[in-house]
Design a protein around this ligand. Structure first.
Ligand SMILES: [Zn+2]
Length: 312
């Protein structure tokens, strides 16, 4: 900006313009400072619960990202400059995965099967509560692909689920699986600039439906994806599928499925088409976890990866 000014024919106004710019900057800073305070006050989390975001545990670097969420939602961050790009890109040379749960109560909300018409509302609710989550995306509704970029820019992690979500097609052979993964990887790369290392198998690694198409395919893939630089995340608990249940049922399922009180919970929900009851239930699910003393974070390479028993 300054260099453009210096190249203009008249040099005299530079000092007054400098002062004016300074005053405007101070005013803008004051405005956003006040706004940030108001945003905090307006959050629905109640004061007697654990804070939504904690920044005390250095072993959870995602908290730092989460702590700056007001900024990330207010600015249109260029994904090319995002430090997560290098960290989260698939990289076969990195094998530093974590399978040990920590001693801090953490919930990693994950949303499968989007993006869809429900994703925007999920994002807005997460912003309301100041929570970062993870989206395992599909190619079911390509018209919503720009939402993948939107999710990422708002500070959420993007993972690969499947392009077609057609079990018969995806699990027809290992080659078919890899072709499907490459296809959703390309779609995500177009939105955020790289292929992420986080994946979730359709049906989870424990699915047995794949046995209808290729015997033993999950045993093979579970090893091969990690060798190829990916990590797969099953889940510790789920609210069930929003297409088949009411919001009340999803909330009750959440409580039932987390009754064992794990410290770390990778939690499965859905933001796919037709899963509007997930949107309806989400505030209550979040508030339930808050009342139980959990904080929230998006997946990163340090997140303990839950692996189900392989069923095929
Ligand atoms: Zn799915």
């Amino acid at each position: 900006m300054a260099s453009h000014m210096r190249n203009t024919p008249s040099r005299r106004p530079i000092l007054p313009i400098g002062i004016a710019v300074g005053v405007v900057c101070v005013a803008i800073a004051a405005f956003f400072g006040i706004r940030a305070l108001l945003t905090n006050d307006a959050r629905p989390s109640s004061s007697d619960q654990a804070p939504v975001v904690t920044a005390t545990d250095e072993s959870q670097p995602t908290n730092d990202t989460a702590a700056t969420e007001e900024n990330s939602t207010d600015t249109s961050m260029d994904t090319q400059d995002d430090p997560r790009n290098a960290e989260f890109a698939v990289d076969p040379s990195r094998t530093d995965w974590n399978y040990e749960t920590g001693d801090t109560k953490m919930v990693y909300l994950t949303f499968d099967d989007g993006p869809s018409e429900n994703t925007q509302q999920v994002l807005d609710i997460l912003d309301q509560y100041g929570i970062k989550a993870t989206f395992f995306v599909t190619g079911i509704n390509p018209e919503y692909f720009p939402m993948i970029r939107e999710c990422y820019q708002r500070g959420h992690t993007i993972g690969l689920h499947t392009y077609s979500h057609d079990y018969e097609q995806v699990y027809a052979s290992t080659d078919a699986y890899w072709a499907d993964l490459a296809q959703i990887g390309e779609a995500v790369q177009e939105q955020i600039g790289y292929v992420p290392c986080f994946i979730r198998f359709p049906g989870g690694s424990s699915n047995t439906i794949s046995a209808n198409y290729t015997l033993g395919i999950m045993s093979e893939l579970a090893t091969d994806v990690v060798d190829a630089g990916y990590q797969y995340y099953d889940w510790d608990a789920s609210c069930g599928d929003g297409a088949d249940h009411t919001a009340d049922e999803l909330v009750e399922a959440t409580k039932a499925d987390t009754a064992y009180g794990y410290q770390t919970i990778v939690f499965l929900a859905h933001d796919g088409a037709g899963k509007a009851s997930t949107v309806e239930a989400l505030p209550r699910i979040i508030e339930y976890f808050q009342s139980e003393g959990y904080s929230f974070a998006p997946l990163d390479r340090q997140t303990p990866a839950p692996h189900h028993g392989i069923g095929n």
